[in-house]
Design a protein around this ligand. Structure first.
Ligand code: ZN
Length: 292
């Protein structure tokens, strides 16, 4: 498949304040699969950064898209691009297994839906820094903050598993530019904020951020009740991409053996193309086999 252009739901604001929101994406190839398969144990946001920096050819007027730049993209924009990459590489149809959310049932259910059913809530960005006047109950100060990005996700992914509250304070400390007269507040200063202040800032961040739907309406085949199933786009795409390394190596071997292509040439192909050639080859082998 050819490269495609997409409009980011949020947008990247560079150091000069210019907004870049049109992205040119190339589909994933074998190199990306090899990388995901071989980087077992790396936090998911680190893999997403590596995948996106390989696939993004351009963001707005920026033609050199480094990992550093991909880390600075908003969390929702990264998830959006990951979903688009998935569509370009494997199509729009998603088949997943979920569990009925009623504790007295918990039956497994197969769901089948199109990626278009995942809602994207757009929030075009105009500036990197946002201002919020806290309510009197929350201390009444004026705060300036930016929205969470990929770097925050990478830095905090381990902490998020062990101490959610500390991770939330860390995120605020990273994103807050000022609280009242305090510029660049420390973690201790952020941790000391009233709970109402933290909640107001977090709600405002959530309101201003571009978002990709994380839940789906489902009907349980066992108990017949409808429920809302959590669907983690990032987890799903990374798991799906995680072709076992040995299977990928077998495909490379098979094609190299018969076509005499180099590993580099084969890994440069998309999975779809590799499998198409393998199908043609095995059909041919079958035909030859019967001819003798
Ligand atoms: Zn059920």
């Amino acid at each position: 498949m050819e490269r495609m252009a997409f409009q980011l739901p949020g947008g990247f604001v560079d150091d000069e304040g210019l907004v870049h929101d049109r992205v040119i994406l190339a589909p994933l190839c074998g190199f990306a699969e090899k990388m995901v398969a071989g980087r077992n144990g790396k936090p998911a946001p680190v893999l997403v950064t590596a995948l996106l920096s390989r696939s993004i050819e351009k963001i707005g007027g920026i033609e050199q898209v480094s990992e550093g730049l991909v880390r600075r993209l908003l969390a929702g924009d990264r998830l959006f691009l990951l979903l688009k990459l998935r569509e370009m590489t494997f199509g729009r149809r998603i088949e997943a297994v979920i569990r009925c959310s009623f504790p007295d049932c918990g039956a497994r259910a197969d769901i089948d839906f199109a990626t278009d059913n995942i809602p994207v809530s757009r929030s075009p960005q105009q500036a990197r820094w946002h201002k919020l006047q806290l309510s009197p109950q929350a201390g009444g100060l004026l705060v300036t903050f930016r929205l969470p990005n990929g770097e925050d996700q990478e830095e905090l992914s381990n902490l998020l598993d062990s101490d959610e509250e500390l991770a939330a304070d860390n995120l605020l400390a990273r994103c807050l530019q000022s609280i009242g007269a305090v510029r660049g507040p420390s973690l201790a200063e952020v941790a000391g904020l009233p709970a109402a202040a933290k909640a107001e800032i977090e709600n405002e961040m959530e309101r201003l951020a571009p978002k990709i739907g994380a839940s789906l309406a489902a009907l349980c085949p066992e108990c017949g009740r409808s429920f809302t199933a959590a669907f983690d786009v990032q987890e799903f795409v990374l798991t799906e991409l995680h072709t076992r390394l040995d299977l990928l190596l077998k495909e490379v071997h098979y094609l190299a053996y018969h076509y005499h292509w180099s590993e580099k040439e084969i890994l440069g192909m998309t999975r779809e193309n590799r499998r198409r050639y393998i199908e043609v080859l095995s059909g041919e082998m079958e035909r030859l086999h019967h001819a003798f």
